[in-house]
Design a binder for this molecule. Structure first.
Ligand code: MG
Ligand code: MG
Length: 265
């Protein structure tokens, strides 16, 4: 059952989402060759607790850390380890917090030093596909419209869009109804209504859409070993239109990047 949120709840959720955004912004300049993912995980946990939140993933379904950190061919749910990042890697960082009883959950894929052009293009296109999906979050549209738009954009460019893992409703639980697939058919699925809050999170592979899981029980990686990107925002329906509760601006500020215009919906 979908739990639609009041304006007051949406403002609390914006605080939670923004704490995730600030955590990702804090991490951004630290994601460099030689950095140890496990150290970054500890920094994030401290930062979240110092700002009145609790890391949402720590202990969730027994996950051992605060961040999911998935380098290169890892799609999502990677466990932060001690292997240093290397020049040319990419690193998907997914972060969740619980604050004031509401969850925030969003993700960004970072470049570590200089990455190859195909991978650069994968990151830019996956990020854009997230906004392509967000533009469909209009009252009266259907959940299938979001996935259809993302899938179309992604497959036109020759990438594989992951099917087995999907976006989701968000609120007092981190995974609420409805599921928000990154593929689908226009006109299908639940109708989008005022007060809906969802996490949209395309997971896009340079090669095949197929995935496999490591025997650590967590890490999802591409079946063909090619790179994968993951971008996620928390989005509410306010006045019938998408209101993005999270932001990448802390990351852009930290890295000295121009904020892309397409962030404005
Ligand atoms: Mg999520
Ligand atoms: Mg997430």
């Amino acid at each position: 059952m979908i739990r639609y949120k009041t304006r007051e709840e949406i403002e609390l959720m914006r605080e939670s989402a923004q704490l995730v955004s600030r955590t990702l912004g804090m991490l951004a300049p630290l994601i460099v060759p030689g950095a140890i993912p496990l150290d970054l995980d500890k920094r994030a946990e401290e930062f979240i607790r110092d700002h009145g939140g609790v890391p949402a993933f720590l202990g969730l379904y027994d996950f051992p850390n605060s961040l999911c950190m998935s380098p290169n061919a890892q799609v999502v749910h990677g466990i932060p380890g001690k292997k240093p990042l290397q020049e040319g890697d990419i690193l998907s960082v997914d972060c969740g917090v619980l604050k004031n009883k509401y969850y925030g959950d969003h993700a960004y894929t970072f470049e570590v030093g200089e990455v190859d052009n195909d991978t650069k293009r994968l990151l830019a296109d996956t990020k854009e596909s997230l906004y392509v999906g967000i533009r469909e979050v209009i009252a009266g549209n259907r959940i299938g419209d979001i996935g259809a738009a993302i899938q179309e954009y992604t497959e036109e460019r020759g990438y594989g869009i992951v099917r087995e893992l999907v976006g989701h409703g968000l609120g007092q639980k981190i995974h609420e109804d409805p599921q928000v697939p990154n593929y689908g058919q226009r006109g299908h699925g639940k109708k989008i209504q005022e007060g809906l809050v969802i996490a949209i999170e395309p997971m896009t592979n340079l090669g095949t859409h197929r995935i496999k899981q490591l025997n650590d029980g967590w890490t999802i990686l591409t079946a063909d070993g090619k790179n994968s990107a993951h971008f996620e925002h928390d989005v509410a329906v306010v006045n019938g239109k998408p209101d993005i509760l999270s932001t990448f601006h802390y990351i852009y500020d930290a890295l000295g990047l121009e904020a892309e215009e397409y962030e404005v919906v």
